[in-house]
Design a protein around this ligand. Structure first.
Ligand code: IPM
Ligand code: MG
Length: 368
């Protein structure tokens, strides 16, 4: 087998269950190195609350530069109640937001797929969710998460005012819409663009820019526009009407959490945050599970590592173009679910409960 050039992943396990689930990803990376002669390098460092505790900042400059240099960042999760009273600018989440913003990871891909083995884990009726396969493309570096002015300011009457600003430019909208259209072409060829153009000017601009890009470059893709509140309702009513959903940062945050529960467990869903290609054709990227740090179950060995493992599969696909390897890993996950092995979050009658590391090991044994 041909040796592939050394590629370095920066692992940032973070807080809560992050280290436990990333540990399983490490085992998978080692397996690919040993069995497939894929010479992946791994470096591990601190981000989030764990970095704050050690260095007084959620991400040090040194770690940030490592993130700039590596092939892709693989993140676990950040945050937890331990850091609730930390000053806003030093909160664990700021590490994540800084990486997204400074690495210019403007397109966040959040698939919501309902595995056939887990149809019953959803709170929705099986016929509503079985076969579900949605891709949410969330804009990740703009909108109200980053807009200026922002802050909490004293005002005349002794009150305080909290301010955040929702802004989008034409190019910010178009580049993420382009990602959505390109993905749709490889899927069911349908894009639903969501905003609140009935109340927000930035939403109206969003609608107009997406439509214009469509008419100019993607006439062959089916496009429809939907108000974000309606989309939230439609996701519960008839989720299978969607193929690719493209939306802004805040609506994407909410709609992706909602879509994830259609599939039964947050513990299963991966995500990829992609930037533009640089002049060497290299794609900046960060991969992370959608679930958070789940401090309530941290350290118990019961967290579901599948979302992280599938995030690594996305890294194989999107950063390294190793589609065969990515498919093999996805298939191994399916096979383990077929065998009836489940972590606590997805356990059901007639299945067998396994720990975080047993789940990782089982997936590896299916790869063999
Ligand atoms: C997510 C999370 C983050 C977000 C938090 C942790 C800052 O909810 O990735 O969806 O709001 O974007
Ligand atoms: Mg979220």
């Amino acid at each position: 087998m041909i040796k592939v050039k050394k590629r370095k992943f920066l692992l940032l396990p973070g807080d809560g269950i992050g280290p436990e689930v990333i540990n399983e990803v490490k085992k998978i990376i080692n397996w690919f190195n040993n069995k497939k002669s894929l010479d992946f390098e791994m470096e591990e460092d601190l981000a989030g609350g764990i970095s704050y505790d050690k260095h007084g900042t959620p991400i040090t400059d040194e770690v940030f530069y490592k993130a700039l240099e590596c092939e892709a960042v693989i993140l676990g999760a950040v945050g937890g109640p331990k850091w609730d009273n930390v000053e806003f600018s030093k909160k664990p989440e700021r590490a994540l937001l800084k990486l997204r913003k400074e690495l210019k990871l403007f397109a966040n891909l959040r698939p919501a797929i309902c595995f056939k083995q887990l149809v019953d884990a959803s709170t929705l009726k099986p016929e509503v969710v079985s076969g579900l396969d949605i891709m949410i493309v969330r804009e990740l570096t703009g909108g109200i998460y980053f807009g200026e002015p922002r802050g909490i300011k004293p005002i005349d009457n002794g009150e305080r005012k909290g301010i955040n600003t929702h802004t989008y430019t034409s190019s910010e909208i178009r580049r993420v819409a382009k990602v959505a259209f390109d993905l749709a072409k490889k899927r069911q060829n349908k894009v639903t663009s969501c905003e609140k153009s009935n109340v927000m000017e930035a939403g109206l601009l969003w609608r107009e820019e997406v439509q214009e890009l469509h008419d100019k470059e993607y006439k062959d893709v089916n496009l429809n526009h939907m108000l974000a509140d309606n989309c939230s309702m439609q996701l519960l009513r008839n989720p299978k009407q969607f193929d690719v959903i493209v939306t802004d940062n805040l609506f994407g945050d909410m709609l992706s959490d909602q879509a994830s529960m259609l599939t039964g467990s947050l513990g299963l869903l991966p995500s990829a945050s992609l930037g533009a290609k640089n002049k060497d054709g290299k794609l900046r990227a960060m991969y992370e599970p959608i679930h958070g740090s789940a401090p309530d179950i941290a350290g118990k060995g019961i967290a579901n590592p599948i979302a992280s493992i599938l995030s690594f599969a996305m890294a194989l696909k999107y950063s390294l173009n190793l589609d065969n390897e990515a498919n093999a890993l996805e298939k191994a996950v399916q096979d383990v679910l077929d065998d009836g092995l489940r972590t606590k979050d997805i356990i059901s009658k007639g299945t067998k409960e396994v720990s975080t590391s047993q789940m990782g090991d089982a997936i590896i044994s299916k790869l063999q």
